[in-house]
Design a protein around this ligand. Sequence first.
Ligand code: NAD
Length: 704
Amino acid sequence: MTNPVSATLEDGIFIVTIDNPPVNAASEAVRAGLAQAASQFAADRSAKAMLIVAAGRTFVAGADIREFGKPLSGLALPDVVGRIEALDRPVICVIHGTALGGGLEIALGCHYRLMLKSAKIGLPEVAIGLLPGAGGTQRLPRLVGIEQATEIITSGRQIGAAEAAALGIVDQVSDNPDPKSAGLAFTREILAAGRPVRRTSEREEKLAADRARPDLIATLRKSVEAKARGQISPVRALDAIALSLDTPFAEAMQKERAMFMELLASDQSKALIHAFFSERAVSRIPEQESGRPREIRTAGVIGGGTMGSGIALSMLLAGIPVTMVERDEEGAARGRANVEKVLDEGVARGRYDLTRRNRLAHDLFRVSTDFSALREADLIIEAAFEDMEIKKDVFRRLDQVAKAGATLASNTSYLDIDAIASVTNRPADVLGLHFFSPAHIMKLLEIVVAKNTSADTAMTGFALAKALGKTGVRAGVCDGFIGNRILERYLRLAATMVEDGTSPYAIDRAVVGFGYPMGPHQMGDLAGLDIGWLARKRRIAEGYKGRYAFDYLDRLAEMKRLGQKTGRGCYIYPEGARKGEEDPEFLALIEEIRKEKAIAVRPALSEAEIIRRYLAIMINEGARVVEEGIALRPLDVDMVMLAGYGFPRWRGGPMHYVDSIGLAKVLADLEEFAAEDQEFYKPADLLVELVRKGQTFASLNDRS
Ligand code: NAD
């Protein structure tokens, strides 16, 4: 093991350099190197101060996540930080790039902290189901107080230099872009001023003030629990933070460690770590072997409705100039207004200033009614009505005006990209780019690679996802691609359960109880019940197969009870409310439909029973999507459901989750339900095969 930590003595300053590319992760060798450097400094009485600095583009960006799940070898980070803090002459560090998790904890163990202006810090452990386990829950409250520490640790957010200094996490901010020279200058200042050793673990001022607030922890617990929605790590992090109030530091450190280890062994952290790795793995696609992304300097959008304006915004916010083409002047004005409204909200919320808003709205954004305005666009995304003839017409026209080498995309939710591409003379340049509403916020982008889509075109889709800060997932062509295809199955299930005797409200409660932000009926109300209604009409026209149980929702749509936008849908929304109240009339309507259709009503299902069915149907369709190659791997299905459909991240996605509950159990559930509807619950061949071989879905992730 080569030592990634080196030390030199310059002018009485003991300079310790961490050099562990690419991100200086606090690996076993780094920990050992730091401990060794601390001992050397302790023994070298000629050194007046120790300065810790990192080489390359960042300070220690975090723990070495590859070591998770393996038994700890070598020194643990909290011990290393403790040794650094215990030193008897000033220890200074300089933060550049990002100091996250264990990286920030090392910095908190130093006596003085300098931060470069461009740097960011944070304790993001809760996002992977853990808590800061190297003193972060004990030292941060001593610097910023319990309330701020709780906010920072339970949100895991990144903090810029100005805020870090204002909060008292760092002592000074430097404009100097070179960490070493900035650090040396700061160290000399400290020595010249004769500033003493100042250990964070011994600082009590902030805590003394917090001890005088008896209800503080109870109040914080309420809000942390509400936001965590079933995730345990933020709540345990608060438990650890609370220890700083009444438990001696050394004892609290032991307890923090124990809580960290307990979380590390939990299913939740395994699920969240799976999500973390999957987020990166989804961009590994076969097309990367031969494909090269094309540059996107300017873009076009067809349609300025809900999606067209959201997609335009998403690109504008990423700095890509956009030309939007609508059917007529009125449509163009509406499209512009849709975009400007959101930009104005951004200003009102302080996300950016008026100058930036005007630059995006006027310098970068154009609206037109003329397709020829798209001549120069490198990428054109169609978001017109969901109608094959309209889409074909748009693509014929695009084929006429778009320059050679332009990438042509459709945002269709369900339609066949091959059929759309076939009307052009350049099907290799055509792909699906399926955004989710609201498109400037939702992280998911399904990148639909059709039969003739070239590798370069597919790679351009992934490059766009990256530029927009989205998670791109490769999908093949089928009705609904990955996400909407699976969604269609569980919405169909929900409708069947309602018709058969279960309240739609009980279904929503069960789904929320599982960890979703909302249930299927709340989601319908939010999206507008007309959307699903129109999609079903299309399906019926194309020959709907299987039992049709959506009459109760169709009736609402016919009555123009479309959800939140009309104040009434499955729920009633009192003036301005976003949270709905249950509607007895809706329940009566369902009862009426059951009678009309002479449904043999069954006892209402329990919440556990609802979830058992919900998951079985979701997992089964996920297996089919993988089996047919629509999704490359099970992890791609997981990422779609996590990033676009609200599946609780701390459960890792349906395909990860089924591995933890057992495939055989889900197969048995499906076989049991199949007695009611053979076709609907028919187990996927892949599921049957994996059970037969005793394998997991994770085993298929490892293949690529
Ligand atoms: P919308 O009705 O809000 O907007 C469609 C816009 O396209 C309208 O403003 C219309 O004037 C314009 N338009 C129609 N034909 C046109 C043409 N030939 N040339 C130029 N403009 C034209 O619809 P939407 O919800 O934004 O959906 C657009 C597409 O996105 C559909 O294919 C839909 O399936 C898909 N989609 C929708 C959602 C969603 O949640 N709404 C999510 C993902 C994908």
